[in-house]
Design a protein. Structure first.
Length: 140
């Protein structure tokens, strides 16, 4: 498995944690790929970590983390007729959490297929909500 190098400390920390668990991840996943992506934001170049994997439990998972701590998670379970369930969450990674906690959340996400889609979506939100801060939401 190829693990990219990052200049950003938070992204390097995540890769370090994933490397430590690479054997366990190999046994849980059918496919796993990760990339270092450089994003141009005006005159600034920003590093981004992109992880895509699918589990033997039929969960497709995409996780993106920018060097400023912004994270996006998308998990879904495919079926022959479309998606059984789709779940997406995003927010700023809280400062007290690092690569180890994100890696644990990713593994728990792969393992979180419950009896019903509603139970699965609730479980996924319970995994990620404590890690990712979301801003105020406008009430209409």
């Amino acid at each position: 498995m190829y693990w990219p190098s990052f200049e950003s400390a938070p992204l390097s920390d995540l890769v370090k944690s994933l490397k430590k668990r690479s054997k366990a991840l190999k046994h849980k996943t059918e496919t796993l790929s990760c990339e270092r992506v450089l994003v141009e934001e005006g005159s600034v170049r920003v590093e981004k970590f992109e992880l895509v994997m699918s589990s033997y439990r039929r969960v497709a998972l995409r996780f993106f983390l920018w060097e400023d701590g912004w994270a996006w998670v998308d998990a879904r379970q495919p079926s022959k007729k479309g998606w059984v369930w789709v779940w997406t969450y995003e927010g700023k990674l809280l400062g007290r959490y690092g690569g180890k906690e994100v890696e644990e959340a990713l593994e728990m996400t792969l393992d979180s297929v419950c009896e019903t889609p509603a139970e699965t979506l609730k479980a996924l939100t319970q995994i990620w909500k404590p890690l990712l801060a979301q801003g105020p939401v406008a009430v209409t």
